[in-house]
Design a protein around this ligand. Sequence first.
Ligand code: PLP
Length: 482
Amino acid sequence: MDIEEFRIHAHTFSDWMADYLASVEQYPVRSQVKPGEISAHIPVECPVQGEPMEAIFADFKEKILPGVTHWQHPRFFAYFSANSSPPSVLAEMLTATLAAQCMLWETSPAATELEERMMVWLRDLLGLPSEFIGSIQDSASASTLCGIIAACEKATSGKASREGLAGGPPLIVYASEEAHSSVEKGARIAGIGSKNVRKIPVRNDHGMDPEALAGAIAEDRAAGRIPACIVACFGATGLGSVDPLAEIGRIARAEDIHLHVDAAWAGSALILPEVRATLAGLEYVDSFVFNPHKWLFTNFDCSAFYMRDPSRLASALSLTPTYLESDTDEGTPEYRDWSIALGRRFRALKLWFVMRSYGAEEMRKMVRAHIQWTQHLAGLISDTQHFEIATEPRFALLTFRFTPEWASSDDEIDAVNEELLRRINDSGRLYLTKTRANGRIVIRFVIGQTYTKLRHVEEGWACIQELARQIPNPGHDASSLR
Ligand code: PLP
């Protein structure tokens, strides 16, 4: 393809992109294909001769699109949103065109310098401590891994990266039972092992119990193990719970343990002064992650990772073979030393586009609306017979249960809710996911999609009730619940 052909196709594609975003509501939210249905359409071998772009694009629409779950659909209420926005997509087009590898300052000075500045903009928007120094990572998982690596460096005075962990006393990571699986995965990758991850019980509000944390630390110390890292949740994945950061922070400070905060989803809500005011204890935090690619209108991948002292991570990850030597100013970060991968995309560009295009006030308005609509939905659910709120709204996430009068035991109610969820997602009209609260199945409803309006929430709720009413009483038809 020559550049003039590229120009023509790029125009066609951008028209399609605008049409798609304007009409995304018409697609089923969750892809309705069966396993293998898409690969059946893809030849097993690479074509020998090149094919025209018109044919490739036609196949994209016909063969690929049915196998796409539409994350930008306004009735996407599953998982956490991976929201995007028009300015972010425009920036991604430029990033893809420049295709710069931004591993060193020298390999794209604008990428490093814009990243530095964007991390300051975001830090100040969220009201994070002014000492925090940020970098953009691909995911919260990678950010948490970096936090754990920095913690291991601290706990072993640098031996972890130089000598490895084998032979030494085990290092221990603490996180609540509600913490995301990326914490345990990070511990495995860092060589700590699942066995040395302590899942600390939670209190009634599903936040970590600080007394249980202190007890676990004391027990590990008495056994000669080294407490290395505490991970606190601000908006845990299942129920959106928040760990008591100030209490945990005091323990971390007294015990000299690295404190990492996983705010992957709810961190974006800190742009609201009223949410920021509820968070105490940031002064104890050593590292902090949140994902603008979840709830701040910026395409995946864009995870903002902050450290109070990046030198520990840099000391663990920095290796400079001759082919990577370059002259940079003392004060300029070499972000390759703060990331797992060497190569880095120009991710700051989309943040710059998003924050300039919306401005802080508009972003606040959008996030605040999501939170308000969640409260509104909670009211609708509470007012409806045979539905109950399982966990109250946390930011823009609530969980509920359908409790028909004919389902008497908890197990029966679990089965009914699994069935309702299947019917909801098979309908393609909205997309929800489940979790457990106090051991029982509950359905999560998360509002955070860029294109969602209040009417989509209300339509989604109407659809849930309609589908719930269609679930037959298994007393009359025992085969109806799988
Ligand atoms: N932490 C929390 C609280 C999450 O909810 C998630 C994902 O939803 C993650 C970490 C992992 O995020 P990522 O996909 O960016 O690794």
